[in-house]
Ligand binder design. Sequence first.
Ligand code: SF4
Ligand code: SF4
Ligand code: SF4
Length: 339
Amino acid sequence: MAKIRIAQYWGAGCGGCDVALLDIDEKILGVAEMADIVFWPIAVDAKLKDVEAMPDGYITATFFNGAIRNSENEHVAKLLRKKSQLVVSFGSCACFGGIPGLANMYTLKEIMDYVYTKTPSSDNVERVFPTPHWKAPEGDLEIPVMYDQVFTLDHVIDVDYYMPGCPPTTNLINEFLGIVEKHVKEGAPLPPKGSVIASQKTLCDECPRTRTVKKVDKIFMPYEIDIDPKKCMLEQGVICLGPSTRAGCGAKCLEGNQPCRGCMGPTADVLDQGGSMLSALASIFSIGNGEGLLNEDDIMELMLQVKDPLGTFYSYTMPSSIIKRKVKERKATTAPKEA
Ligand code: SF4
Ligand code: SF4
Ligand code: SF4
């Protein structure tokens, strides 16, 4: 049997997705048996020029992790798209922008200013910033151009499959590798283009915690209360993104008595994970006008207890959300006076 060819690349991310692919234990031997890894910067000594020399469609499947933050990420994504039959958006950063996507709350100038002049370790009175092109005595130097916002992989290229998670779990990786193996060995059909390799349910559906119809009138940070490990987080007043998050991780954080932060992204019928979570939250408040019920002012006060709303509701999905990024209000221009 001819071997398939796999590539893996790391854009704007932490490297955890690369480690996750190595973490599939003995299954990695199965991968080695069915596939040649033709490009994987952290593990294989193949250079970009080797990819450039490959015929179009030469790579069977590319697993691209990390978001698109600079010109190099975009260039490599486009190159790998051209050279690959299938591209898998691997991990939450590639699928939704992930944690790096929270940078969309700042402009590039604000980020550069902070990092190069305001951090405690900055000693930069001359305000020197990275320059994409530089003429040095040794020759011309070029570094990638940072973009003003973080993009998802499918903002810049066409993607065949999505495998969310921060990082994707071993189970999901094995499930997908099994599908590819069956396709290669037996000609079994691949999932429809655009499929998300994860459960179609919400995390609450696979969470073992007990739920009642209890309403809440207080919100707590996880460290502020003694969380009952058997009861639903939300019903204890701790914000848990389970209702708006896709299942498939095995409720990992809940197992560790921590609320879900939403790394599997929204479910198929949810357009905006943060917006959906806000409406789920509204449904557990005891709203009304009677005694012990919350009116509009009480709810405003309650929501003000959420210390970092965007970081809470859009931890992993800011670039793919409806909001996408912070937009500064345009200053009203004054009409010129008539002469
Ligand atoms: S999805 Fe998570 S593990 Fe993967 S690169 Fe992004 S931050 Fe790292
Ligand atoms: S809200 Fe969180 S704790 Fe409650 S059932 Fe859903 S996933 Fe479990
Ligand atoms: S519980 Fe939520 S944040 Fe934790 S791994 Fe699962 S989807 Fe991700």
